[in-house]
Design a protein around this ligand. Structure first.
Ligand SMILES: [Zn+2]
Length: 105
């Protein structure tokens, strides 16, 4: 696996973040170095889409839910469609994760 520098065309290892030839920044293949976008089974309200977004991007889940509801009300259902798409598109957390139990239940 290798990538090419977008500026000078040098062949670089896929893990390279900067070109060793010209020093140009190499865009990361996946721009989510943190947690993957996944719908947790614990703590969800409907399908876990808001929780998935909050965890993946480090947002407050309460804020995400409030914004989602408000935009749903003002977008005449467009956000509802997006929610359904996210429900289908975002993979669910695998079951029976060792050592993880529902907190506060
Ligand atoms: Zn280069």
């Amino acid at each position: 696996m290798s990538v090419y520098c977008t500026r000078c065309g040098s062949l670089l290892p896929v893990s390279a973040r900067f070109c060793s030839n010209c020093g140009a920044a190499i865009p990361a293949p996946q721009a989510t170095p943190g947690r993957p976008l996944i719908r947790p089974r614990v703590g969800r309200q409907i399908a876990g889409v808001c929780l998935a977004l909050a965890r993946a991007y480090g947002w407050d889940v309460s804020v995400v839910r409030i914004v989602a509801v408000l935009t749903f009300l003002f977008s005449s259902g467009l956000v509802g469609v997006a929610y359904l798409a996210a429900w289908i598109g975002i993979p669910e957390e695998p079951p029976n994760v060792p050592g993880v139990y529902p907190p506060g239940v």
